[in-house]
Design a protein around this ligand. Structure first.
Ligand SMILES: C[S@@+](CC[C@H](N)C(=O)[O-])C[C@H]1O[C@@H](n2cnc3c(N)ncnc32)[C@H](O)[C@@H]1O
Length: 451
């Protein structure tokens, strides 16, 4: 990222423009001990330019600079007299005095949107629509300094959703090489993406009084740009309670500058949100030159690759899903029993904690002809027994499954060692290889640890 863009971002977020200095939003804080840098292992991130203590407040971004349902509706309302806002979560957001003066074809649409229509959209739909419009509004947009530092679509080259939607070179081969769990995650993401795009297109088509098909070709919602914005939102959102949200998946915000923090499995920074804004503090000490990290959550490499476009060399949240191996072995009465007790499906083995209790229950059920009548099984499920009576056969069954897993992994881990020619195609193949390596590691370790 060019220094100029960083400079503009900092100037904007510190609100140091002449006319802004006395405004209520000028309460950002970026510690002078922080710098934006390119790190070899992770790419762009936040570094310590001098030692930072544990429990030190390092960033505060006021609500006026957070991009979420509240701030978007507040900004759109500035262009739209029909939208009357009364609640504090809108009114506390400061919108620069001149932002309602600049008119263009996008603000023309803002003038036509109804508050109910905006609130009917999910957070991702509203944010993707708004950011894409604001991106196209260029220097007319209040958010330009933030939008300018968002990653480009090239930063997501490893995400299988991008291969699928952009139909990148060799996408069919690459998608076919993916482990089953990644294929499934990608197909779920594609459904989410397609549905969000459809909803947004149909709302804008309605406002333009044209059909949804016509809008694909228009300059309002180009699909490749929509995909870019959608991925940026997906990979940069942070949890924040949104009072008017309809479901918990809508409770998030984008937080400029905070979103430069890269992920690690352990929390090394914490976040707090209060009336003054979004606060980041350290949970460990950093020495000069070290990169600061924050945990995005307990995510496996499969999740990180699909949703964020990267994987970690070591990830304690990796797990192996063996549902597809167990399900065909179950008889109808066993399936009924598992469903009745809420233990059907999602059979995993975790890198750190081993075989999950769910999986252990499924293997125990497999060993019971009439599970409904088994006291031994009831004792396991109710926590009265440790299930040792099932262990021997469980180990035999698991070993057989894991040997099959290892066989498939062995055929594919070689992808990781594809000859590097610097192309995106090879980078993608190598990443697929690392996913099989992760799976094989869990399978082999589980076999080794069996007693
Ligand atoms: C919230 S952003 C973090 C800042 C980002 N690196 C940037 O330059 O804007 C999330 C993105 O950062 C990258 N990222 C985060 N943590 C990473 C890590 N540990 N290793 C490699 N890339 C990482 C991924 O591209 C991810 O989609």
């Amino acid at each position: 990222m060019s220094d100029l863009k960083v400079e503009r971002l900092l100037k904007w977020i510190n609100n140091t423009g002449e006319e802004e200095i006395s405004n209520p939003s000028s309460h950002s804080f970026i510690s002078p001990k922080l710098t934006i840098e390119n790190f070899q292992s992770t790419g762009r991130g936040l570094g310590a330019s001098s030692p930072i203590n544990r429990n030190e407040n390092i960033i505060k971004i006021p609500h006026s600079f957070l991009l979420n349902t509240n701030s978007i509706i507040r900004h759109i309302a500035k262009h739209n007299d029909q939208i009357k806002l009364t609640e504090a979560h809108y009114l506390n957001i400061y919108v620069p005095y001149n932002s309602d003066k600049i008119q263009d074809k996008f603000t023309d649409i803002y003038t036509k949107l109804l508050l109910e229509e905006l609130l009917d959209l999910s957070s991702v739909q509203l944010m993707s629509l708004y950011i894409l419009f604001e991106f196209q509004r260029g220097k007319n947009s209040f958010w330009k300094p933030f939008i300018d530092v968002l990653p480009s679509v090239d930063d997501f080259i490893l995400s299988p959703l991008i291969w699928e939607v952009m139909k990148v070179a060799h996408h069919e081969e690459l998608l076919s090489l993916l482990p089953k769990s990644v294929k499934k995650h990608t197909s779920d993401m594609l459904k989410r993406f397609t549905s969000d795009f459809k909803v947004v297109k149909s709302l804008i088509a309605k406002k333009l009084e044209i059909s949804s098909d016509e809008i694909i070709e228009s300059e309002y919602l180009p699909k490749d740009k929509y995909l870019w914005v959608w991925m940026c939102i997906n990979s940069r959102c942070l949890y924040m309670n949104i009072p008017q949200s309809k479901n918990k998946d809508d409770n998030f915000t984008m937080a400029p500058y905070v979103d430069i923090l890269n992920h690690s499995c352990d929390d090394q920074c914490g976040i707090k949100i209060d009336v003054s804004g979004f606060l980041v503090y350290t949970t460990s000490r950093y020495e000069k030159g070290q990169q600061l990290f924050f945990s995005y959550g307990p995510h496996s490499n499969v999740f990180l690759l699909c949703e964020y476009g990267f994987t970690l060399p070591k990830n304690s949240w990796n797990y192996l899903d063996i549902t597809d191996y167990i399900s065909p072995l179950l008889k109808p009465s066993q399936v009924d029993f598992l469903k009745e007790h809420d233990y059907y499906g999602d059979y995993t083995i975790n890198a750190l904690s081993g075989i999950s209790f769910r999986t252990e229950v499924a293997f125990a059920v497999l060993q019971e002809n009439i599970p409904h009548e088994s006291r031994k099984l009831a004792a396991l499920i109710n926590g009265y027994s440790d299930g040792s009576g099932y262990k021997r056969n469980t180990n035999i069954l698991i070993s057989k499954i894991l040997e099959k897993v290892i066989f498939i992994c062995d055929k594919n881990t070689k992808l990781e060692f594809s000859n590097d020619d610097g192309s995106e195609y090879i980078a993608r193949k190598k990443t697929i290889g690392t996913l099989y390596r992760d799976m094989k590691n869990i399978a082999s370790t589980t076999i080794q640890n069996m007693d």
